[in-house]
Design a protein around this ligand. Structure first.
Ligand code: FAD
Ligand code: SF4
Length: 452
């Protein structure tokens, strides 16, 4: 896919990928073999009719294509941009054997953008009007999808969000240069048009409790709370000035628009040499944001290049933009100047030994191999966990050993009228996983309401 130039990227938060033109999309779609038994569909958690929509694009029937996608996916413009298609549908495409799978994600993005740009969003006729009030808590992809599907079934849905804007990680985590906020705004607007009430600045458990909402007539709840509490390294120096968790750093920049300070009120203090610990999508987002704030950036990772879990496309973009790498390094301590500001990080060199259950080799720090990395800012992007306050919000709910919400195969929690899905159930996962679980929960939530 065409991209904006490297020089332009470093001066802007504009989206890097430009998307397919109509002709490019049609040419790509024409490569599809229209397999009799299309394995790509089995690679998509939502089982979108990939063969069908790709065929429609090949015939320039774009409206038909997006309708096929929308039968299954409430957020196609987002999935087309951020889904790890290379490990899902595209991995299963028969043409992948030659290393040239159909670019299913780019095609999904193309028709979703075409639909939005032409204002062709379908209006739903509700088959049935239901009186039950449904409360959805959290407005990330899980909450948005649950709301959308329940509203389509005629229920009265209210979506509560703790932050001042809806979207969850899609809003505060994934930066504009991967997912423009106007694309997200349009998806949310579309969902709101189904009659869903979206209430922001409302922290369920504090602003009002679940018991209070029940008294207001809410019959069923869905928890799409995400897993936004940062994990830390547990090393000396993590409380120094200019040590950020990935979430704090990204929220300041993406949600609070600190890169436009003082036009926006929240600043972000960042130095000239930034070390980002971790090598997943989150770490790469932090690194590329820091580059755009004019810093020199190092990804510091305990394993090697081949083991980096981020999407290949984003690794490639980061390299093009000038992110540098320090592999096989375990942070030991962060050191400071007299004022308590970061001045460097001591790391240990690692050796990779046998593979773990994920198939990646396990790093072992080598005693006495200490080396100093000259840094003035550290961003820790080694994963997140569930909010530890969840038991205060819903005292009766059962949690897993790791603090996530326990659900049965129907995505129902230990409290029968509360369902849950997304990262609060699975831990850090993907957008498509959140959508999949929310859709499954809708099916069983409706069945539950019919039997109450
Ligand atoms: P979230 O998106 O976390 O949303 C939860 C929402 O609930 C938040 O807005 C939160 O404020 C709100 N909330 C929490 N508690 C309450 C409460 N008590 N009351 C009201 N509201 C509450 N996945 C991909 O597939 N591809 C990617 O490229 C990708 N990149 C990522 C980059 C970053 C920086 C991050 C952080 C994640 C990335 N992910 C990616 C993962 C993906 O974004 C998540 O798996 C997904 O957003 C989880 O969705 P969710 O709806 O479960 O939760
Ligand atoms: Fe087309 Fe590939 Fe799916 Fe076959 S597997 S239908 S070639 S996208």
């Amino acid at each position: 896919m065409r991209k904006i130039s490297k020089a332009e990227r470093l001066n802007t938060f504009k989206e890097v990928s430009l998307g397919f033109s109509q002709d490019e999309a049609v040419e790509e779609a024409k490569r599809c073999l229209q397999c009799r038994d299309p394995s790509c569909i089995r690679g998509c958690p939502l089982e979108i009719d990939i063969k069908g929509f790709v065929g429609s694009i090949a015939r320039r029937k774009f409206k038909e294509a997006i309708e096929k996608i929308r039968e299954k996916n409430p957020l196609p413009a987002i999935c087309g941009r951020v889904c790890p298609q290379e490990n899902l549908c595209q991995e299963r495409c028969v043409l992948n054997k030659k290393g040239e799978p159909i670019k299913i994600g780019y095609l999904e993005r193309f028709v979703a953008d075409w639909e939005r740009e032409n204002n062709l969003r379908k209006n739903f006729n509700f088959i049935e009007k239901r009186e039950e009030k449904i409360a959805v808590i959290g407005s990330g992809p899980a909450g948005l999808s649950f709301s959308f599907e329940m509203a389509k079934k005629g229920f009265k849905v209210t979506l509560f969000e703790a932050l001042h804007k809806a979207g969850g990680v899609l809003r505060y985590g994934i930066p504009e240069f991967r997912l423009p906020k106007d694309v997200l705004d349009k998806e949310i607007e579309y969902i709101k048009n189904l009659g869903i009430e979206v209430i922001t600045d409302f922290f369920v458990g504090k602003t009002k409790t679940i018991e209070e909402l029940k008294k207001e007539g809410f019959k069923l709840f869905f928890l799409g709370l995400g897993a936004g509490s940062p994990k830390f390294l547990g090393i000396e120096g993590e409380n120094l000035n200019q040590v950020y968790s990935a979430n704090e750093f990204l929220v300041r920049v993406n949600l609070m628009k600190s890169y436009l300070f003082p036009q926006y009120h929240t600043p972000v203090k960042i130095g000239r040499k930034v070390g980002v610990i971790g090598a997943g999508n989150v770490a790469f987002d932090c690194a590329r944001v820091a580059l755009r704030l004019k810093s020199k950036v190092f990804i510091i990772y305990r394993r090697g290049e081949l083991e980096m879990p981020a999407r290949k496309e984003e690794i490639e973009n980061a390299k093009e933009e000038g992110v540098e790498f320090i592999f096989l390094a375990t942070p030991k301590k962060i050191i400071s100047d007299r004022e308590g500001n970061v001045k460097g990080m001591v790391c240990l060199r690692n050796e990779l030994k046998e593979e773990d259950e994920t198939g990646r080799r396990v790093p072992f720090p080598v005693e006495g191999s200490d080396f100093l990395v000259d840094l003035d800012t550290v961003i820790i992007a080694i994963g997140t966990q569930a909010n530890p306050l969840i038991k205060e919000i819903i005292p009766d709910i059962d949690l897993t050993d790791k603090g996530f919400v326990k659900v049965n195969e129907y995505f129902q929690t230990s409290v029968s009228y509360i369902f849950a899905g997304g990262d609060i159930v699975s831990g850090n996962a993907t957008v498509i996983n959140a959508i999949y679980q929310a859709k499954k929960a809708v099916f069983f939530a409706q069945r539950f309401l019919n039997n109450v």
